[in-house]
Write a protein that binds this ligand. Sequence first.
Ligand SMILES: [Zn+2]
Length: 298
Amino acid sequence: MYSARRNIPAVTLLFIMSSLSGTVAFPQAVKFIRRAADPLPLANMLVGRAPCRRDSGSAVTAPHAAIAASSDLGSPCNTPPVKVPSVNPCNASSPAQIGCHAPRDLVQEDLAAMGKPGQKILRARDRVLEILQTENACSAWFREKDANPADTFRTLSFAVDRKGEEFVLESRNPGDMNIFRSPYVAWVFQADGSYATITINLKGAFFSPMARVVEVQKEGGPWSLLGVRVLGVGPYAGDSMHAQILALLHEFGHLVDLLPTDEGDQDGKSVQNTSEVLRFCRTEVEYKARRGALSAAR
Ligand SMILES: [Zn+2]
């Protein structure tokens, strides 16, 4: 599936390029349409225009200067170019969007419509995009597997698992060691690449700072509630911007096959993977999260 992953960012790039050239070309297109639709003032001016010569003192240019003066158009050399308002056809306020190829960020629109969970994902997604599209150790690490990590990340969709695990499971081992297993934070299909979906557990550490603890009975008896326990992603508290950015980067690491699979969190692989993300991305995670908190406070 490498080819699918590499092709799609290329298509995205072409799409962006065509939209850029469309923006540049548009004023000319407007000019052309106006000339065709309203030929009188503009066409007359252009047809009657003499070649522009700077040496107006010469005999050759004198007649042209006279014509220009009599037609009240002024010297063609001094005639300012016809100015057509530079309209961005892809501006949301512009009614004329036919033929507009500006890429709409549909993921952003979906998230904005998803209420509070969507807003949290959107904020973290913005920070991750900022990290991935600038030069830093974190983006360089992702580029080991994907030449345009920001482009790939932008294609990802998000789903909120509202019925996901919600308890911290505590199991007591013979060696008197208690093992806690937190509700999962998010999951993806390994190496799923562009246009994959990141599913985030509403009761996991992305959205929740704590969860109730239940004791798992080996004999399969009823669960007993043992209080609450704080949740987190790596060193960061659950429901914090740090945790959210780190969680998305971790899942993205799986999607581009930079991190090995850690399904079921056997042998603490998920924790190891999170440490690996932090090794390259900690500076950016903490810088972006701080910036996000500052802008949210304004
Ligand atoms: Zn993982």
